[in-house]
Design a protein around this ligand. Structure first.
Ligand code: ITT
Length: 198
């Protein structure tokens, strides 16, 4: 019986996702279930280092979280990067969203090329491992759509073969398009493959 339970757990490991952002958690939950990975949620109020690299920030946060929680876990750092603004809001995405919101970004960069980046860092007794994802696109001319969160209403992903509305509509207008193309989905897929094959 014990062996059976252990086998089942090995097939469907539960891993802690340390985040204060419920939207990130729900997106991760729905993608990782396809890899047989169940996740639980905790917010640990981690210190976030300053860096232009989401990968570096995620790695440092994951190691910090592991030192505090002592169980295998992952964190995710993400942001919107606009080259014509020198990468802003980038590592300051959460802060800038609170200060100037989507209307502020539109004033600075409507129509500009942009990309979302995400890095997941998984930490356990062996250290940290990172997985990244990027989706390229542009800033819309106006706020459009009510789904998703953050900068979704002003981000139009590039046209992608086979994905309806890509190149035209914002992530907040078409959640299925976001689910298919997002930076988070891409990083989570790499992470899911890694966990599955361990
Ligand atoms: P954590 O507790 O996980 O750190 P957070 O929201 O503070 O949650 P970040 O520091 O990684 O996360 O900030 C990322 C910000 O970038 C986030 O608050 C949004 O404003 C924006 N962002 C990231 N992914 C996004 C997405 O999929 N859609 C829209 N905006 C996104």
């Amino acid at each position: 019986m014990e062996g059976k339970t252990a086998g089942r757990l090995a097939e469907k490991p539960e891993i802690l996702f340390v985040t204060g952002n419920g939207h990130k958690f729900r997106e991760a939950e729905s993608i990782l279930k396809h890899f047989g990975v169940n996740i639980s949620h905790k917010n640990l109020h981690l210190e976030e280092m300053r860096s232009d690299s989401v990968e570096e920030i995620a790695r440092a946060s994951a190691l910090d979280a592991y030192a505090k929680a002592g169980v295998p876990l992952f964190v995710e750092d993400s942001g919107l990067f606009i080259p014509s603004l020198g990468g802003f809001p980038g590592a300051y995405s959460a802060w800038a969203f609170g200060k100037i919101g989507n209307a502020g970004i539109l004033k600075l960069a409507a129509g500009s090329v942009a990309e979302f980046r995400a890095a997941i860092a998984y930490a356990d007794e062996n250290g940290a491992k990172t997985f990244t994802g990027i989706v390229k696109g542009r800033i819309s001319d106006e706020i459009r759509g009510n789904e998703g969160f953050g900068y979704d209403p002003i981000f139009i992903p590039d046209k992608f073969a086979g994905v309806r509305h890509s190149g035209e509509k914002t992530f907040a207008e078409v959640p299925e398009m976001k689910a298919a193309l997002s930076h988070r989905k891409r990083a989570l897929e790499e992470f899911g493959k890694y966990i599955k094959q361990r």
